[in-house]
Design a protein around this ligand. Sequence first.
Ligand SMILES: [Zn+2]
Length: 616
Amino acid sequence: MTGQAENSGCGPSRRPRVRDNIQKGAMEFVEQLKSSVQIESVIGEYVRLRKSGANRFTGLCPFHNEKTGSFTVHAAKQFYYCFGCHATGNVVNFVMEMEHVSFFEALKSLSERYGIPMPKRSQYSDEDSKLRAAIHQMHELAQETFRANLNGQPGDAARSYIGRRGLSPETVEQFGLGYSEPSGRALVRLFEQRGFTSGQMEQSGLVGKGEDGSLYGRFRNRLMFPIQNESGKIIAYGGRALSADDKAKYLNSPETPIYKKSQVLYNLHRAKEAIRKEERVILVEGYMDAIGVSSAGFGAVVASCGTALTPQQVQALKRHAPKIAVNFDPDAAGANATERSINLLLQEGMQVRIVELDGGLDPDEYCQQRGAEAYRKRLDMAKGYFFWLADRLRAKHDMHTTEGKVAVLQALLPAVHRISDALERGVIANELAGYIGVDKGMVLDSFRKRAAERHEKALDRPTAAMRPDERMLLSAMFGEAADQMEIIRELRSLESIANFTARRILETVFALNEAGGRVSFEAVNARLEEADQRLLAEAVLREDMEYSAEEVLAALKRVRLSEHQQKTEQLKMRIRELERQGRIGEAMQLMAEQPRPSLIADDASAANRAARRGVQ
Ligand SMILES: [Zn+2]
């Protein structure tokens, strides 16, 4: 999952040479950034982390679908590692992965968020990043323009629409609403003045090209809703028509190099704090619904904006809260959209409730007309998804007959099977049987059949497993308590390093040590291939405690002992071979070379003592 082509400058030399100089400048900045930004707070913006050790934080992995947290952040050593999918990296890698941006864009984003000035010369390295930066700038300019329009004379009609929808000036301000003027020329002129090329403009999604080749603003005479990514940057727009002549009531930005529809949820960056606090998110359909519900005092609301919910969007929500209240429009289309979304939400293991509003009102209208208290009641009364679905089905079937009941059950079961947690699945099936009034045995039968077909996809584990001793030595080497130089010295004297799973890690340590002085975790990690970075991360996280010098010594002896045993075995085999061939003289000579076991007996018992203390 971490395999983005460009790497953070902390990886081995896989990148093209042309970037080396720029990256060198950036390296110093990266170091500064890493020392002034806490990795757990950056990652904590995207993932609910809980403290799980002195320096460790754990949460649900944002890179693969899971129910129990295998994603771990090491605060002191400044890296993350997932025991499930093995994603690993530093704070810059994390931002690259989460925001789908290049190395430099991740640096820029971090430097902006944490107020650390970035060196000018290391701005953008490639065409893609330059284009994305230009598009970001155009969105900033567009935002200024749209807002000025709304506040000025051209925005009269838009302001009266806003008034009719009951939006306060604070809400308009908070959500950054604006207005695009009818000609669509002013924005293009502004972009031209600022030196953007027509190619950049067309790719921004803000500008279209007429048949005569002339450029015009895509959004004209519309109320503008800026769409932001999770870190709050404007990446697209939704525009609501203000004239009845406009065919499309809502017009959205097309996909651009900075906007991937499937990955964005409207209002998530504003809502995420509330979502975490309440451990629940409200999902609505449109911009106005999100704004209406939010300004009624329910901040934990996001909108899907007309597109069908995607797995990426659901995973983004799940990173912040396990529960979701779906509140789509009350019409048939809304109900169908609800049903479709839910399958996805269940597959991702979310706890789903459906909010039903009476009077055929959408969430925005409901909050306006009935008030916040009434909406809160509806939220509290929200039904579990299955009971909502059962009610829909009951209305379609004759529930006085067995056939009707069975039909309802049959229609419900596929959705029940989609619940990823077996225990929860059983409980819900049982409750549903009672709710519909069918025999529980019938439900269980269907489950047994299904269970036989079911096979959970197990995540593949790394093939190479490290011995506990190796793990401990690696962990101790970068810890505080043990003497790193001594460990390195001892390890270097071993012949069996070649058989170590951590061989390449140790070789890297040795090489750095030869170059002089103490070897830092960061320096070693930066020089490793991805597979070895995973091994090292795993070793350091699994053995996250300080070992005394004595324990480390004991582990070293254990390694030495097993090296000795291997040698002895080899020697014995060699002797037997010589005896079989009748070369007795040579065999006798080899036997004399064999070290006596008593010499290592002390080592062995010390090693066993340490092993009992739990180096496993
Ligand atoms: Zn993972």
